[in-house]
Design a protein around this ligand. Structure first.
Ligand code: SAM
Length: 210
């Protein structure tokens, strides 16, 4: 297991992730706050009612509960992660009436095809050993008409990008070419594929045709 994956499994990181680690590192990488990312996630996933939402690699639930707050009626959000310390933290810090957490592997989701109306994976595909298989799984469990949104690293030729590449190589984080996920979404038949790049991070969303 590489350094990045070992770090994500450590109880000490789970304890500080939401309040310190994520705000600082993601702001440095993208210039965006967690609040901005959370609001954009709700907008990109078009959450506004009784949707069934799956948050892959949910960490301590910092997006899962926020997304669930946009739901109503029978809507719910499930956070899935492989790290026990992260999930323990999620239950402590981000429980709610429309939220549940589950331990599992993003590359082998324990759900039938088309189970969810919205599926997301933020800040994690660069850690997952087979990120393409994980993305295919996300699309498999997405219902027709559903929305998908991801954020992950992007290759960047600036000086900051070079630093990111060195840190990534040293820690085991992957850095993806700009078209990896836009092309994969198109290949999987998704439409309305949109990409934004903010410094070292890319944000990609799309729709599964009804
Ligand atoms: C940086 S955290 C992201 C948390 C949250 N989504 C966010 O954007 O702040 C990355 C998470 O990915 C999880 N993870 C990595 N590989 C995974 C896999 N194969 N299956 C499920 N979770 C995984 C780690 O346990 C960790 O909690």
């Amino acid at each position: 297991m590489n350094l990045a994956r070992r770090t994500m499994n450590h109880p000490a990181l789970a304890a500080v992730y939401e309040r310190a680690w994520r705000p600082a590192l993601f702001f440095a990488a993208s210039g965006r706050t967690m609040g901005t990312d959370q609001r954009d996630a709700v907008a990109q996933l078009r959450l506004d009612g009784e949707q069934r939402v799956l948050d892959i690699a949910c960490g301590p639930g910092n997006f899962t509960r926020y997304l669930s707050n946009a739901l109503s009626g029978n809507g719910f959000a499930v956070g899935l992660d492989y790290s026990e310390p992260m999930l323990a933290r999620a239950v402590l810090d981000n429980a709610g009436p429309r939220v549940g957490y589950l331990r599992g592997d993003a590359a082998r989701l324990p759900f039938a095809d088309g189970t969810f109306d919205a599926v997301c994976c933020f800040g994690a595909l660069y850690l997952i050993p087979d990120p393409i298989a994980a993305t295919r799984e996300m699309v498999r469990v997405l219902a027709p008409g559903g929305r998908i949104a991801i954020s992950t690293s992007v290759r960047d030729d600036s000086a900051l990008g070079q630093v990111g590449k060195i840190v990534g190589g040293w820690s085991g984080l992957r850095v993806f070419p700009r078209r990896t996920f836009t092309d994969l979404f198109a290949e999987l038949g998704l439409v309305d594929v949109e990409q934004q790049v903010h410094r070292l991070l890319q944000y990609v969303s799309a729709t599964r045709p009804a």
